[in-house]
Design a protein around this ligand. Structure first.
Ligand SMILES: NC(=O)c1ccc[n+]([C@@H]2O[C@H](COP(=O)([O-])OP(=O)(O)OC[C@H]3O[C@@H](n4cnc5c(N)ncnc54)[C@H](OP(=O)(O)O)[C@@H]3O)[C@@H](O)[C@H]2O)c1
Length: 321
């Protein structure tokens, strides 16, 4: 099969499409013929070997063999199932998350049937469905389960034009909160169209100067910090970043000693989240923003674009035309 691999860390051109062996199916696995996948900013960081401390996991000098084919989000058709699998059959259209195993940037990927896998939203293309996995479920995990966003709250979404951000704006509205989105000048219209009550262009105004204004600051791109954002939080407010080792220390400290808290987490198991996302999409209550779509052969170009740090929503890769 064709697969995109990177055998060293570095610029986008280290990613090359080569012939690779088919994944070996275990008893509880589903083999998926990948129709579409995405390139996320998490994967471009893995390709660069960043952050440096992450190389303990990624590989010290070059990518570990099992992490050379990236690909977190996939949508496609079940090709075959292991003997212990119930719940999925060949021919089922699915969308799912490979997590720490990665491997989605290929013509076939295996996923545990009891893992982050669900029936694909019927009203989406495969490219849209792949783009509805990680950003959407991560936004749901942080806003519903960690922030407990609800009516009466004012929720600020920093990075509102990104993958997590475009879903976060819509989901915070869906949960009943008043939503303020923060993005650059080119994306103000997009964020408004997603339902934000107010949009802040970060080149014109710094939201951290809005004293005592927000119950939740969801910093989807971790471009701010608790030190800056704390003054913008109301009493008992939460600052929720998506990355950053020091934020975990802040989370521990503030959980013990402060009335404004840092809340961190990792959305890895998406088993229960994906059906919720699918139902919202099928009900027309959640929109998927796909910025650009590239064929697998041009995946290095997709990496280059994601590296710009300014994609709108998601960048999809089509594997089957
Ligand atoms: N903890 C978890 O479970 C988890 C899960 C998934 C992802 N993540 C992490 O979450 C992070 C965000 O992922 P993502 O895929 O949503 O990012 P993304 O889509 O790559 O973010 C791109 C967006 O960032 C915006 N942006 C750039 N500079 C900004 C600034 N100074 N202020 C506000 N917005 C700015 C850009 O908007 P403009 O062009 O308008 O500037 C662009 O739309 C990544 O670091 C990823 O590793 C964590």
């Amino acid at each position: 099969m064709r697969a995109a691999v990177h055998t060293r860390f570095g610029h986008p051109d280290v990613v090359q499409v080569v012939d690779a062996p088919l994944p070996v199916l275990r008893a509880g696995d589903v083999l998926i013929k990948v129709h579409a996948t995405t390139v996320t900013s998490a994967e471009t960081a893995m390709r660069r070997g960043e952050p440096l401390w992450g190389r303990v996991i990624l590989g010290l000098r070059r990518p570990r063999r099992r992490l050379r084919t990236l690909g977190l989000e996939v949508s496609g058709v079940v090709e075959s199932t292991g003997p212990a699998v119930t719940g999925f059959r060949p021919g089922d259209e699915v969308f799912g998350f490979t997590g720490f195993a990665v491997g989605g940037h290929a013509e076939y990927v295996r996923l545990p049937a009891n893992g982050s896998l669900a029936r694909k939203p019927a009203n989406l293309t495969f490219a849209e469905a792949a783009a509805a996995v990680d950003g959407a479920s991560t936004a749901l995990f942080f806003l519903r389960d960690k922030a407990k966003a609800r009516p009466g709250q004012r929720v600020l979404i920093n990075g509102a034009a990104g993958s997590i951000g475009t879903y976060a704006v819509q989901l915070a509205k869906h949960l009943g909160a008043e939503v303020v989105g923060v993005c650059g000048p080119a994306n103000v219209d997009l964020v408004q169209s997603l339902g934000a009550d107010e949009v802040i262009d970060y080149t014109a105004r710094d939201f951290t100067a809005d004293l005592d204004s927000y119950d939740v600051v969801f910093d989807t791109v971790t471009k701010s910090s608790f030190s800056k954002a704390r003054h913008a939080l109301r009493k008992d407010g939460k600052y929720i970043p998506t990355t950053g080792l020091t934020n975990n220390l802040w989370a521990l400290y503030t959980s013990l000693l402060a009335d404004k808290r840092v809340v961190t987490g990792m959305s890895v198991n998406k088993r229960a989240l994906l059906p919720v996302i699918r139902d919202l999409i099928e009900a027309g209550q959640l929109r998927v923003v796909v910025d650009r779509t590239y064929p697998l052969a041009q995946i290095a170009e997709a990496h280059r674009y994601v590296d710009s740090g300014h994609k709108r929503g998601n960048v999809a890769i089509t594997v089957v035309d």
